[in-house]
Design a protein around this ligand. Structure first.
Ligand code: PEP
Ligand code: MG
Length: 421
């Protein structure tokens, strides 16, 4: 037996078989048809993580993942135990193991007493979760003084909607639509996108479903977009920058989202905004799409809400101006922290500098919330910081209207707010 201690990414205890994955070697060899798999890899790209989800992977162990790297976010969304900061050994491949997400532990070849201990820990965690869910699934998050917070869930795949419903979220805070593009070998057609968006809208009914237009670029790339290699991709050709530059691709997605608005409570949201002009340009494209739909007698919601991610320092500073041209803000703290502090969110060597509680970050959130309130628009926090219980009270005081978190965290945040003054 060997016990290795790393860092928690997402909780949960799982018994499984280790699959040591090296993306320089052949992809996913020998993975199909096996039981509970714990994938162990140095790091995983968003594309790889999504592929693993389809292959019945039950847990992740990564050497280099950070709190806000996409593998961490996806593991939380999928509700799979995950840990990081562990040097992986090739000879673990195929061995029985236990992962304890909460304790940040991996145990290879566990002996019988250890198995017994973790079996009872797993049973206890699962009982606690069920109890929490039972109590808070249908409840609104209202503090003792009567302040309400909407608790939304973030998703990256259409199938995640089941987790949104199972956890009783008030809506979808961000549907990260780029993962559908990453999961495809060519540009998805308007019909394909529309059928997925319509299904989400219809399933959510009156509950909000915020669809973020594709945030392709940086580490979320795919061959058919034919993006050039860049020196600084996080600062590069990505998100609405691509959308504005490639109107045919962007308008296909806009048409699909706007058409889906006839079937539920859909909102449109744009990532990586840095100026009012960008928003005006995108909204002009939306008007053009709406004109085309009108001419073709295709139904849609004329006043579909349009919001933006606040995740760049520029957008924080001009949030008073941006609030005049949009219906809501979604504060993307994962990127905001990286850009505000000039610290790469993917680099584990800089984890000590990636400080979500840095006054520059908290003041930014306060400033944005103040400008949103002054303009009468709603504001959510959609980065991982939204689930930080040590800040929930503060977010309430700033006037944040909604927290958008991983689906499995919804009951926990509700409980915290219900117990708050
Ligand atoms: C964010 O940046 O906080 C966010 C919600 O989006 P992503 O993590 O996909 O960049
Ligand atoms: Mg972001």
């Amino acid at each position: 037996m060997k016990e290795i201690i790393g860092k928690q990414i997402h909780d949960g205890v799982l018994f499984g078989e280790v699959f040591v994955y090296d993306h320089r070697k052949q992809f996913l060899t020998g993975l199909q048809g096996t039981g509970a798999l714990i994938v162990a890899a140095e790091d995983l790209t968003p594309n790889e993580t999504v592929q693993f989800e389809k292959l019945n992977v039950c847990a992740f162990v990564a050497t280099n993942a950070t709190e806000t790297s996409h593998v961490a976010i996806l593991a939380r969304t999928m509700d799979l135990p995950a840990i990081t900061g562990i040097s992986i050994e090739q000879n673990w491949h195929g061995k029985e193991a236990i992962i304890d997400g909460c304790g940040g532990r991996l145990i290879i070849d566990p002996d019988e007493p250890t198995r017994r201990f973790y079996r009872s820990k797993a049973a206890e965690e699962s009982r606690n979760r069920e109890r929490l869910l039972e109590e808070y699934k249908e409840k609104k998050a209202i503090s003792k003084r009567g302040r309400t917070m909407n608790i939304y869930a973030n998703i990256s795949a259409p199938d995640d909607v089941a987790k949104v419903l199972a956890n009783g979220a008030d809506g979808i805070g961000v549907f990260k639509s780029e993962f559908m593009y990453l999961n495809s070998s060519d540009y998805p057609t308007e019909e394909k996108l529309f059928s997925v968006y319509r299904q989400i809208a219809a399933t959510m009914g009156e509950r909000k479903a915020v669809i973020r237009t594709f945030d392709i670029g940086a580490d979320k790339t795919t061959d058919y977009f034919q993006l050039d290699r860049e020196e600084n991709p996080a600062l590069g050709y990505r998100a609405i920058r691509i959308g504005i530059d490639r109107p045919a691709v962007f308008k296909t997605q806009l048409r699909a989202i706007i058409r889906a608005s006839a079937f539920g409570n859909v909102s449109l949201m744009y990532p990586m905004v840095t100026s009012v002009d960008e928003v005006i340009l995108v909204k002009k494209m939306v008007c053009e799409v709406m004109d085309e739909l009108r001419q073709a007698n295709i139904p849609f919601k004329k006043d579909i809400e349009q919001g933006i991610m606040i995740e760049t320092p520029a957008s924080v500073i001009i949030s008073d101006m941006l609030a005049q041209v949009v219906d809501f803000f979604s504060i993307g703290t994962n990127d905001l922290i990286q850009y505000m502090l000039a610290v790469d969110r993917q680099n584990p060597k800089l984890s000590n500098l990636y400080d979500p509680h840095h006054p520059a970050v908290l003041r930014s959130i306060e400033h944005v919330a103040k400008n949103a309130k002054a303009a009468g628009i709603w504001v959510e926090i959609s980065g991982e910081l939204g689930a930080d219980l040590t800040l929930t009270q503060q977010f309430m005081e700033y006037g944040i209207d909604s927290l958008a978190v991983a689906p499995s965290k919804v009951p926990l945040i509700r409980k915290a707010i219900c117990e708050m003054e």
